[in-house]
Design a protein around this ligand. Sequence first.
Ligand code: PLP
Length: 386
Amino acid sequence: MVRFAKRVRSIEPSPTVRLSDMIAESKAQGKTILSLAIGEPDFPTPAHIVDAAKKALDAGFTKYTPAPGIRELREAIAEKSRTENRIPAKPENVLVAPTKHTLFMTCMALLDSGDEAILPDPGWVSYGPMVTLAGARPVPVRASDEDGFVPTADAVAEAITPRTRLLLLNSPSNPGGSVYSRAQTKALADLAVDHDLILVSDEIYEKILYQGEHVSPASLDGMFDRTITVNGFSKTFSMTGWRLGWLVAPPPLFKEIAKVQEHTITCATAFVQKAGVAALTGPTAPLEAMVKEFRARRDLVLRELSKIDGLSTYTPSGAFYVFPKVDGMEDSAALCERILEETSVAVTPGSAFGAAGEGHIRLSYAASRETITESVRRMGDVLRRR
Ligand SMILES: Cc1ncc(COP(=O)(O)O)c(C=O)c1O
């Protein structure tokens, strides 16, 4: 009998990855599933980015690169961080890796057994398991509908113990689509200072913003030295399959996290890094067109959802998800299964995002307008028959 490690036995498979795989498999078998379950833009990667990768391949750029990334890309990311995010980053602070892996390496470098990491609840499905894999304890803090899915400083303060090491923030957020205000970000950053915590800021939806401003905690006074900023190409440039992202960290943190990179993936894929340079330095028109379309779809999905009784839906300010609350519903997994079986529409149960996500359904509007309208109509039929 194989005995698996406790750290792996204590986590579940990713519910969203499972759902995506299941949808892909069903499609491959010729079944038509309408999906509002996938967290990836349904736009092609812009041509100039694809061309840069092809050029790099043709030029034989297919070998190991320096572990933290190629110089050009680290420079482009540092420049972007300084000008767009007001983070005082130098290329030496930039570590290039798939975004998910940057978060995992951060947990591995900073958490010991018995340590605690505070996470927003509802929050992205992988934060908790990554903390668990590092041997530490995830501490979810409720970021409720009433608080616009932003963890309040009071709730976070209450969750802090002498074992708390990390505070993880995510704005714009998945699944709530919330955007933390400057004041909210500052209040949370102050807690990190007061309790000597490292702040991890996941900014992957930074550019998919409809209202408000994007505030990087590392730009706030005195915060650079205790903040790890995580970002990536997946959502902004429709590059989910390229597996490219980065983190920005002050030197002592960078040094330890880089060791994890050196002993795990070594470096990000060489020619993909060249594509990353093209993404950051190329035309912004594809991004602007995508965000414009997402905004229209957000309005569409909200309009369609408002036709269904018994739903309350917070208006998201960013990302491409809505997270309606279904009155009197206590088992979102069972409901989503029923929606899928009866109507061939895939949506994600709120419980996948934490205890506070129960009672909700996540709909990704990274899908065509027709798919959105038809899926919400079918979902409404099931909800009316409840
Ligand atoms: C909040 C959040 N952070 C990080 C990631 C990971 O991004 P990537 O797929 O680029 O590694 C995702 C992906 O869905 C996400 O939603």
